[in-house]
Ligand binder design. Sequence first.
Ligand SMILES: [Zn+2]
Length: 180
Amino acid sequence: MTPFYELKPGANYLRFIGLPWQYRAHSDLVIKGDPSYGQRVMCLADMGDFVAEDRSNGCFLCRDNSSGSRWILPLIKDDQVFLIDIGYGVFSQLRFLARHMFWNDPTNYLIDIDFEFNYETMKTITRVTPCIIKPLSDEEMKLKTNFDEKILSQLTEPPNQAYRDKLQDKGYHNPVKDVC
Ligand SMILES: [Zn+2]
């Protein structure tokens, strides 16, 4: 499986090669044993048996935790394909670039996602900076062509009963709160 890219503190020069795929997650939670990047805990409300006013009907996590949209998209870093899992902060900055008259499609240029964790607020600050417009190298083009988007549809499809069972078996935790 294509690995997830973990943002390193400081600059991260990345080349996106596809569109973001959206899913609904409990961003603060991680299934025990999973890394705290990628593989977020999915919201179970999309399993179907809930009414809009009361999400907790379908998702027991919604009772105590907020849920929101996240996105997964493919990128190339050091001649290797990765996936990255982003929240609204990064997504909205990429969307700003996508709509920008000069920058346009974020797959056309190198992007720096600068990442910083603030231990006082216990929050991450990310800044998205467009760098240089250049076509993909032959090697990068090969990686892009060979990348199968099916993995994105699989990762973002609403959770099924097996996922719910895994969540209940393994449990989940909040890595930030656990650090405090
Ligand atoms: Zn939920």
